[in-house]
Write a protein that binds this ligand. Structure first.
Ligand code: LMR
Length: 396
């Protein structure tokens, strides 16, 4: 029966790693998949995570099942991290939440929950958005619409056009927003723009769905939560998918949180049962390990402090890599102004070059990044930045 299925090309993001591995050029550069890398190009286990692993090894005394909602300590700690320790919605018991298998798992079960509540819900996603948002939302049967977001010519946000389109969204519709460090563009809403989005949501009645996979990589852990907290505290309903892949470096352990802020605590209890039933019907329960590690870190004052300082170092390093690339491009005579890279946030930016130029970067210079011109800034280092800048100037 399976012979009827069509052949699919490799995933546009994950497929890059395989292509990079096969390239025999010693000077090859990997700016593809969104994974943090240190100066040596490695993705080591964070020190706070390594310490938590030792604690867990001592503490864990069974491999019996956990519940469909996962570790309650993980859920509570993550909600406090995202919503703040004085969050009114937490005090009012208006947040349903489950530990999910990664940010993808959270997005997917939340999409299923939305489809259960309103099968006609339209999901407005930014143009462009993370490529995997489309299948994650679409496979749950939700109808996708786009709103204008990024202007490649000006390397900035098309905020007026975005707001004009979102005026068409109403009650029962979902607007997917990136909490911080927009993937793929690195262009984030300002606090004033978040304020305007809140006003529009209040006026139109749509439900914001915030995907936050890079908390702490933009301006800081609290600063990056501005939009999430603003909407959570001022709207009856908000959906949140959070990932611990990047800021805890737990990629392969698949750790995420799916949370839903509801109008009142009675609805919260209903939604809690529903989201658990979606989880039970898809993968039964999340893997325990990664959630247990995050719980250990966030419950321990000194480990939490250590983790926060590691996140700060990663953020500062990525910011300095942005500056280094902009300077090197200028030194190498780039005619185009790349200073926008310095104002963008997090792991990604669009270089705003053409697909042909991206292809030439790969074929002639062995520099790998997504066809949209998205680069993973963390893949730059002192050793490869000159080669990268020269290659880029040569294809411009
Ligand atoms: C990325 O955008 O590169 C990461 O989130 C990895 C992925 O799964 O696509």
């Amino acid at each position: 029966m399976f012979e009827v299925l069509p052949y699919l090309e490799p995933d546009p993001i994950l497929g890059l790693s395989a292509a990079y591995k096969e390239d025999s050029n010693a000077a090859k550069i990997d700016l593809g998949v969104g994974v943090y890398k240190d100066e040596q190009g490695n993705t080591p286990i964070m020190t706070s995570v390594a310490k938590a692993q030792n604690i867990l090894l001592e503490r864990e005394n069974t491999k019996s099942y956990i519940t469909p909602q996962g570790h309650q300590g993980f859920i509570d700690n993550m909600l406090t991290l995202l919503l703040g320790d004085k969050s009114p919605v937490l005090m009012e018991n208006r947040v349903a939440g489950v530990q999910a298998p990664g940010g993808c798992g959270a997005l997917r079960i939340l999409a299923e929950l939305i489809a259960r509540s309103n099968e006609k819900a339209r999901v407005f996603v930014s143009d462009p958005t993370w490529a995997n948002h489309i299948p994650l939302m679409g496979s749950a049967g939700l109808q996708l619409e786009t709103y204008p977001y990024f202007d490649k010519e000006k390397a900035g946000i098309r905020f007026d056009a975005m707001m004009d389109t979102l005026k068409e969204a109403g009650k029962g519709d979902i607007v997917l927003l990136h909490g911080c460090c927009h993937n793929p563009t690195g262009a984030d809403l300002t606090n004033e723009q978040w304020d305007a989005v809140l006003e529009l949501a209040q006026e139109r009645g749509f439900t914001p769905f915030i995907d936050v996979a890079y908390l702490g990589f933009g301006d800081g852990l609290d600063e990056d939560a501005y939009g999430i907290r603003l909407l959570a505290e001022n709207l009856p309903e908000v959906v949140i998918a959070a990932s611990c892949s990047k800021n805890f470096g737990l990629y392969r352990e698949r750790v995420g949180l799916a949370a839903i802020i509801t109008e009142d605590s009675k609805t919260r209890d209903i939604v809690q049962g529903q989201i658990q039933s979606v989880a039970r019907g898809s993968y039964s329960m999340p893997p325990s390990y990664g959630g247990a590690l995050v719980d250990i870190i966030l419950s321990d004052t000194s480990l939490k402090k250590e983790w926060m300082s590691e996140v700060n170092s990663m953020r500062n390093r990525m910011q300095s890599l942005r500056t280094m690339l902009v300077d090197k491009l200028e030194e190498n005579g780039a005619q185009q102004d790349f200073s926008f890279l310095n104002t963008q946030k997090g792991m990604f930016s669009f270089l705003c070059i053409t697909p042909e130029q991206v292809r030439e970067m790969r074929d002639k210079h062995s520099v790998y990044f997504v066809g949209s011109s998205r680069i993973n800034v963390a893949g730059i280092n002192q050793q490869n930045v000159d080669t990268l800048a020269r290659a880029l100037v040569s294809v411009l």
